[in-house]
Ligand binder design. Structure first.
Ligand code: BTN
Length: 257
């Protein structure tokens, strides 16, 4: 995967707010943002009691084994571009995880991070309007790092980096790598737009060329990632439709393979 231009990372050098336990780092980060915390503020936790995933699902972790973090973004960008931030984060997480492990990391639209077809990380972007009217995005990232066991119903679909590379990983190093890559790609997105992210995402894609189900009863072939981040799907009737990941505020409605 092509790396975003390296920048002197301010986010990675500012210590995260570390919590032993949180209901959700998303909630903690939102409270901090409402109180005026600046862009790049990071909250991480050793364990979440009410971790949130996309689509109202729960995100369950093994205490002390995962990377659970939320970062405050205050993007000066059109609201219509905000769903792209999930893909920005996916590219950054894939690059960081690949760099730390040597594993081949793939991306499933819009923002699942996979190893060997199984999910190792997920991204949840939530937004709200600050008092000054500007939008704030809370970007949540959960990575299965050192988990050794998944319940049978999950084991087919989920894995952990340590299970895949055969040794435990330093979660702190991974956090720093994610922040460095995220800041680099985020700045590039702000300065150059979505196209560099699109190229990186397409190269790592596990979705394109595969059959996906985008809504109940509507399926088709994932053709490409559009220039704005929508997934282009050719349905069984031959029509090409755009599937837009929910706004950063709403939920990404991921297609099913
Ligand atoms: C998904 O794939 O459904 C997204 C999962 C996002 C999980 C992370 S863990 C850190 C942050 N806090 C949460 O409650 N959720 C996100």
């Amino acid at each position: 995967m092509t790396r975003a231009r390296d920048v002197v990372g301010a986010w990675a050098t500012r210590p995260p707010i570390r919590l032993a336990e949180a209901d959700s780092t998303q909630t903690e980060a939102r409270s901090l943002a409402e109180a005026g915390a600046p862009e790049g503020t990071v909250v991480s936790a050793e364990h979440q009691t009410r971790g949130r995933g996309r689509g109202g699902r729960r995100w369950v972790d093994e205490p002390g084994a995962a990377l659970l973090m939320s970062i405050i973004l205050r993007p000066a960008a059109e609201v219509s571009r905000l769903p792209q931030l999930s893909l920005v984060a996916a590219v950054a997480v894939a690059e960081a995880a690949g760099g730390e492990t040597g594993l081949r990391i793939a991306l499933d639209w819009p923002n699942d991070v996979l190893v060997g077809g199984r999910k190792v990380a997920g991204i949840l972007a939530e937004s709200f309007a600050a008092r000054d009217g500007r939008v704030v995005v809370i970007l949540g990232i959960g990575v299965n790092v050192n988990q050794r066991y998944f319940p049978p119903d999950l084991a087919e679909r989920a894995t952990a980096l340590a299970l895949e590379c055969g040794h435990a990983l330093d979660r702190e190093k991974l956090l720093q790598a994610v922040l460095e890559r995220l800041e680099a790609w985020y700045r590039r997105w702000m300065e150059e737009g979505f196209l560099p992210i699109r190229e990186a995402w397409r190269r790592a894609s596990a979705t394109l060329g595969r059959r996906v189900t985008i809504n109940e009863g509507v399926g088709g072939m994932a053709l490409d990632l559009a220039e704005d981040g929508a997934l282009l799907v050719k349905t069984d009737t031959g029509a090409v439709i755009r599937h837009v990941a929910g706004s950063a505020e709403g939920e990404q409605d991921a297609p099913r393979h």
